[in-house]
Design a protein around this ligand. Structure first.
Ligand code: NAD
Length: 486
């Protein structure tokens, strides 16, 4: 299958013949060719989005959301096929794929509330007979650049709100997992959204840099690794754009001795090994406080060892492969250097038996890790959990707050006071209390602090509406007996 760009309501071959293969990470088979678009292709998409903008902006919000209702129905009707596509290009299990689509669809539902959520404000008589009005207007043409790990959900953190607010958009999905968005755009095309309101440009670095630089684009939304997030943030801001960039993570989970160990183990295992650890909200460090270290390490190691690894399309499989052969090699390199630094592998690791033919890594638990060790600080983005033991909750919170990242931190306890203190003191954007993947619902912002986020307004909900609208303030006087006379 050769993928094409979707520009101005039609599928178009990009200007360059450069293409990359999309590889099924469970089988190493090629499933598609993805074009590597150039600045010329970005120009064409910006031209189409710019041409569509004036009429789309004038389309009443109540009419704009009719397309989103149709889009939601199409996503529901095709959820099984889309899940299969996600599993085949991304490697996660079918249940995980359907779960991510569900979270994506929730954003379409929330964006349908735009006739209420996009309302402004008015104050009569700021002075006698003079009124002041705040109006929200769309920003114009916006770009949405996304990573490989949630090819269905992450574009939907942005696109429904951009459409609902009256903007026209260009989506640039990950070149590693582009097939899902190609299928989603077929569904968008079937809703008969006017040509140019949504556009799809495939590619990598060249397309991203062209989107950052293009003077016709007013705002850029990005999700990916922290170094690229920082690059996109500074490059797009340098040309005067509004930018929001969500970056990488190193998420710690603290286990207090009073936690329900059985429940905690199950939830932490799902967080660390679900989606093969390739979630920006995956737990990758578990900190056992005091006596929790007597039981938790063994329980979590058993949970890791019993996880069924294989092709996510097969029944009973609980964990798929990592995304590419290079990714597997990179993770194995991190594990090898941790071993050289004296870290002990409790289960899994480089020499564990895994299925052949794909990029499989065994669920791995490492122990005896110092809080300042390399493995305790670096984002692994694979099924690897590092265990740290500390004596007090103060030591644990200290570790959390020393991290360069601030995406998520979790606490497992029965003690409300400890939970409140943790919630209050952790320098982190998303907090889980007895929850392992604290993913905000679509009507809350998807937070993230420090190196995990560059910008001020986050994805989803009201933040998305603030991001995709400009505020205009009108001060209005009508001279008559009703107004102030001069
Ligand atoms: P990535 O940074 O490699 O790629 C993200 C996007 O940037 C892709 O569209 C890619 O084509 C583009 N890109 C890659 N290198 C580039 C470069 N040098 N210049 C310009 N553009 C470039 O990320 P990934 O590997 O696809 O995704 C995994 C990362 O994303 C992890 O670090 C993960 O933590 C992070 N992530 C964060 C969140 C969040 O909400 N904070 C959510 C999901 C994933």
């Amino acid at each position: 299958m050769d993928l094409s760009n979707y520009v101005g309501g039609a599928w178009r071959r990009p200007s360059s013949t450069n293409a990359a293969q999309v590889i099924n990470p469970a089988t190493s088979e090629s499933i598609a060719n993805v074009p590597m678009s150039t600045a010329t292709d970005v120009d064409a998409a910006v031209a189409a989005a710019t041409a569509a903008y004036p009429a789309w902006r004038r389309t009443p919000p109540g009419e704009r959301i009719q397309y989103l209702f149709a889009f939601k129905q199409a996503l529901e009707d095709n959820i099984k096929e889309l899940s299969r596509t996600i599993t085949m290009e991304c490697g996660k299990t079918l249940a995980e794929a359907e779960g991510e689509l569900r979270r994506g669809i929730e954003n379409v539902e929330v964006a349908c509330g735009i006739p209420t959520m996009m309302q402004g404000a008015i104050l009569e008589d700021i002075s006698r007979g003079i009124d002041e009005i705040l109006i929200r207007q769309p920003v114009g043409v916006v770009a949405i650049i996304t990573p490989f790990n949630f090819p269905g959900m992450i574009p939907l953190w942005f696109l429904p709100y951009a459409i609902a607010c009256g903007n026209t958009s260009i989506v640039k999905p990950s070149e590693k997992t582009p097939v899902t968005m190609a299928k989603v755009f077929e569904l968008l095309q079937a809703t008969k959204l006017p040509a140019g309101v949504v556009n799809l440009v495939h590619g990598g670095r060249e397309a991203v840099d062209a989107l950052c630089d293009h003077p016709g684009i007013r705002a850029v939304s990005f999700v990916g690794s922290s170094p690229v997030a920082r690059h996109v943030y500074s490059r797009a801001a340098a040309s005067g754009k509004r930018v929001q960039c969500q970056g990488g993570a190193k998420n710690p989970t603290i286990v207090l001795p009073d936690a329900d160990m059985e429940m905690t183990t199950k939830i932490v295992a799902d967080s660390a090994f679900g989606c093969a650890g390739q979630r920006c909200l995956a737990t990758s460090v578990a900190i056992a406080v005091g006596d929790a270290a007597n039981t938790f390490p063994e329980l979590i190691s058993d949970a890791a060892a019993s996880r069924k690894v294989g092709n996510g399309l097969d029944a009973g499989i609980e964990m798929g492969p990592v995304i590419t052969a290079e990714s597997k090699k990179r993770i194995e390199g991190i594990l090898a250097s941790a071993e050289r630094a004296g870290v002990k592998t409790r289960v899994g690791g480089i020499n564990a038996k895994v299925p052949t033919g794909g990029n499989f890594i065994a669920p791995t638990v490492l122990e005896d890790i110092r809080p300042d060790a390399e493995i305790a600080r670096t984002e692994v983005f694979g099924p690897v959990l590092s265990l740290i033991r500390v004596q007090t909750i103060d030591d644990a919170i200290d570790y959390v707050n020393k991290s360069a990242y601030g995406n998520m931190a979790c606490l497992f306890t029965r003690d409300g006071l400890a939970a409140r203190r943790f919630r209050y003191e952790a320098i982190v954007g998303n907090i889980g209390i007895n929850v392992g993947v604290a993913a905000p619902m679509a009507y809350f912002p998807f937070s993230g602090w420090k190196e995990s986020f560059f910008g001020d307004l986050h994805a989803q909900g009201r933040d998305a509406i603030d991001f995709y609208t400009e505020k205009k303030v009108v001060v209005e006087r009508w001279p008559s007996e009703w107004s102030r006379k001069f």
